[in-house]
Design a binder for this molecule. Structure first.
Ligand SMILES: Cc1cc2nc3c(=O)[nH]c(=O)nc-3n(C[C@H](O)[C@H](O)[C@H](O)COP(=O)(O)OP(=O)(O)OC[C@H]3O[C@@H](n4cnc5c(N)ncnc54)[C@H](O)[C@@H]3O)c2cc1C
Length: 233
């Protein structure tokens, strides 16, 4: 059976574009429904800005403690070299994402925005059918905001699969790759390269990645990065 919801505003997509629009509409007193298929916060919160910054923070701390272990900073020396527990780091990062997702949910709740979790598709300009865990919901809206974001772009000569992963998988690695090439030296590519190379020993691996990335800079302006992983630590 299909449940029907009539609303003033429908926002499709719960990323920073969508949830901010929905919160504002709710604050202005408009009856608002937000639809998202996989967790509030969109790319930025779940597989973009936030997880990448958390992992960069962990990698930076690791690199700086490694420097101490080598006795290269002000003569301060650690008794032994630090170890990176990648599973624990990923758990810490997931905890941050979970907490912030709860924050977005509570902002939406306080703004009286109804959230429907599921995949939405339009049958006409004002009617969106959402497939939810509890069945089909038909949302009929006077105004629609589309904020469906973007997805990783696959390169024809480097299809995703096996050792070629997108930024999404790179933010949830279970093991550190022994060698990697980051294709795409835009902001996201450089961030991933910086984080992964800091988590590895410094030196050889960093230079290899930089040289590989440089000729691809023009391509990077049009795509999200792909990573080619070669072996694990
Ligand atoms: C690794 C990485 C790092 C980044 N770092 C930064 C940074 O430091 N600073 C910065 O400003 N930006 C950063 N970005 C970019 C940032 O994530 C995006 O600019 C931002 O998320 C775009 O927001 P949005 O709301 O337009 O789309 P998104 O965040 O992509 O949200 C769209 C949402 O819509 C949902 N959706 C799509 N279609 C449907 C449908 N039919 N039904 C239901 N739901 C649907 C998606 O599942 C998604 O949750 C980064 C991106 C990546 C990948």
């Amino acid at each position: 059976m299909t449940t029907r919801i009539d609303t003033k505003v429908l926002v499709l997509g719960g990323g920073p574009g969508g949830y901010v629009a929905a919160i504002r509409a709710g604050q202005l007193g408009l009856d608002t429904v937000l639809v998202d298929r996989d967790g509030l916060g969109g790319t930025c919160l779940n597989r973009g800005c936030i997880p990448s910054k958390a992992l960069i923070e962990a990698a930076t701390r690791f690199a700086s403690v490694s420097e101490l272990a080598r006795g290269t900073i002000s003569g301060v020396r650690l008794a032994c070299a630090p170890e990176l527990d990648l599973a624990a780091t990923m758990q810490w990062k997931d905890g941050i994402v979970e907490r912030l997702r709860g924050g977005v949910a509570s902002l939406l709740h306080r703004s009286r925005v109804r959230v429907v979790a599921g995949w939405g598709r339009f049958s006409d300009a004002k009617t969106c059918h959402v497939t939810t865990a509890d069945g089909e919901v038909a949302i009929v809206a006077e105004h629609v905001v589309l904020a469906t974001g973007s997805v990783p772009a696959e390169l024809p000569m480097l299809p995703f699969g096996g050792p070629v992963v997108s930024s999404t998988e790179a933010l949830a690695l279970r093991e550190l790759p022994r060698r990697l090439v980051v294709v795409g030296a835009g902001t996201i590519g450089l961030e991933l390269w910086h984080r992964l190379s800091q988590a590895r020993r410094r030196g050889r691996h960093r230079r290899a990645a930089a040289q590989a990335a440089a000729p691809l800079r023009r391509q990077a302006q049009r795509t999200r990065p792909a990573l080619a992983l070669n072996g694990t630590a």
